[in-house]
Write a protein that binds this ligand. Sequence first.
Ligand code: NAD
Ligand code: GLY
Length: 371
Amino acid sequence: MNPDQVTRAPVNLGARSYEVAIGPGLLARAGSEIAALKPKARLGIVSDTTVWALHGAALRASLDAAGLPYQAVIVSPGEAAKSWDGLRDVCEALLGFGLERGDLVIAFGGGVIGDLAGFAAGVLKRGIDFVQIPTTLLAQVDSSVGGKTAIDAAGGKNMIGLFHQPILVLADSAVLATLPERERRAGYAEIIKYGLIDDPAFFAWCRENAAAIIAGETSANTAAVMASVQAKARVVVADEREGGARALLNLGHTFAHAYESEAGFDGGLLHGEAVGCGMAQAFLFSARLGLCSAADAAEVRAALDAAGFITAPHRLPGAPYSIDQLIAHMRADKKAEAGRLTLILARGIGAATVVKGVDETALRAFLTEET
Ligand code: NAD
Ligand code: GLY
């Protein structure tokens, strides 16, 4: 691999700073990259059966070449792993490997593995360092950066978690070659999100490059990952623990988490698919409230429709959903304050905004019409 093809984006968080390395062939270099930071560490790898079968041999070869000892715990793919049972199993396995505080956890997979392994690393012996090796587009553009880790609970998605920053992120573009198209589309939702939040030019770029990104063209994917990571790093550096602006990264997510909870976490509705629909709905609701123009909301919906998302909730898997249940999920959202809803809405394309104390009657009427 030509090392010049790797670009590094810094996430400057003082003592918790790290780099996101982006480019082809990083898996083959994982051993040397990790050894440069933690030469004496023993590694506990967390992955899922799909990723391990496809790419485990490459990671193992790289760690062997660097002389790093490792053991792996491999879970079933899917959101269900982000559960109390999943967390217990991973923690017990890592403890069984005899990991000490100076050792290292490796999250090797998509956002599910990153959230689960990152959480386990954060609580194990009160905190062990971890490295993210994201293998989905969604994980490379979003979940591997920023230190949010979580599992789901009966009370909702991502309800139990902590902030635990990785010490390194290795986003290997070549690994994305094995990703199914449906998963690439799910990742595209979190990419176009950055344009919708505060960057209309990037929104336009995403529209032009949607087909190439979803088809898995390497140059489009790598450019999208780089731009997304830089956008996310800017927000995280400004507001690491979501006291303010970081909440904008949740554009459409309160809708999305409610749909996911209603659809069930069985793979019928992927997180990114729910986010695609949720962002369209957030813009339509913004237009309904008079925050943004109907033309902007229509343009956002058209962009997401063209990329292959279902933007009408009544057509999502398992729909129609109960409006009472959707509102109950939204009330349980982490951004709610004193029982009142907070939503990330928009004043226009590239102008996302936090709206507190959302009028629930208006929301109920909107959901009833749309769902
Ligand atoms: P995922 O981790 O379930 O991966 C999707 C599927 O792709 C899985 O079946 C997996 O086995 C497979 N896969 C992974 N890499 C592959 C590869 N290279 N080739 C072939 N198959 C591969 O899903 P995801 O979309 O990556 O992540 C979704 C999760 O991320 C959700 O739980 C969501 O809540 C979370 N998330 C977290 C954050 C955060 O900031 N922490 C941000 C966004 C999303
Ligand atoms: N994915 C939202 C965040 O990291 O804040």
